[in-house]
Design a protein around this ligand. Structure first.
Ligand SMILES: C[S@@+](CC[C@H](N)C(=O)[O-])C[C@H]1O[C@@H](n2cnc3c(N)ncnc32)[C@H](O)[C@@H]1O
Length: 229
């Protein structure tokens, strides 16, 4: 699904920022590139205000995702958060960052952005917000962690920014997309596969002794990673 402002070329970076979570919420769904590529959580929710976008999602029949036709803020203000949710928010880009005056049927004024950011600051769970770098977000999220990564726009490559309300994680929800670019991801994947093969090829007792040592040494860290990615 190609979509204006879609994350089809940089979802790997965004997914690799996400710690393990039970509930995944994507508040400005559009083409939902991140939601479509990441390992699903136990509960997955997508919210979108544009009825035509909702129709497209419903026609795809996404049984494992609850698709909500509505306003992101209404959802965020009404959801009974428990703390183990991750909200990913990719709102329309602020007017100052784009050449075209209008891209979406439902757009955001600066006042809408400020309202959204102030609600996101109060949401009691992990939050990731993405946009192009801009003063308004830099000011309102000045105490959040900020990560830049290569993205795309209709005019060519463009740096995207993510703001996050949690420290850099050591455990991820989905390890498949770690690495700065395709080559780094492939290198990492091959290294992991090579190590697993070497362990597989050990005599059974030696392999189990090693697994026992690893469990003793890293057990608590492994337990918090959730199921394998
Ligand atoms: C930048 S796009 C999201 C692109 C998406 N991340 C992707 O990968 O395709 C922003 C989306 O927010 C939607 N939107 C605008 N206002 C909204 C609101 N108040 N609540 C929910 N969605 C809204 C727009 O219709 C648009 O689909």
């Amino acid at each position: 699904m190609r979509y204006p402002g879609g994350k089809g070329r940089c979802y790997q970076h965004i997914i690799s920022l996400m710690p393990p979570h039970r509930v995944y919420v994507e508040t400005h769904l559009g083409g939902g590139a991140v939601l479509r590529h990441k390992r699903p959580a136990e509960v997955n929710i997508g919210i979108e205000k544009d009825a035509r976008v909702i129709d497209r999602w419903r026609s795809l029949g996404t049984a494992s995702v609850e698709i909500i036709h509505g306003d992101a803020l209404d959802f965020l203000e009404g959801y009974p958060f428990r703390g183990d949710e991750l909200v990913y928010c990719d709102p329309p880009y602020p007017r100052s960052t784009r050449a075209k005056a209008r891209i979406y049927r439902h757009d955001y004024t600066n006042a809408d952005h400020v309202r959204l950011l102030s609600v996101l600051r109060r949401v009691p769970c992990m939050v990731v917000v993405s946009s192009y770098g801009n003063d308004l977000y830099a000011e309102h999220l000045s105490d959040w962690r900020c990560v830049e990564f290569p993205g795309d726009s209709h005019t060519g490559p463009r740096t995207e920014t993510a703001w996050l309300n949690f420290p850099e994680p050591t455990n991820l929800h989905d390890y498949r997309f770690c690495g700065a670019d395709y080559r780094a991801r492939e290198r990492l994947r091959r290294r992991r596969a090579g190590l697993v093969r070497r362990i597989e090829n050990l005599p059974a007792v030696e392999r189990n002794a090693l697994l026992h040592d690893l469990a003793c040494r890293f057990g608590p860290e492994l337990a918090s990673t959730g199921s394998p990615g």
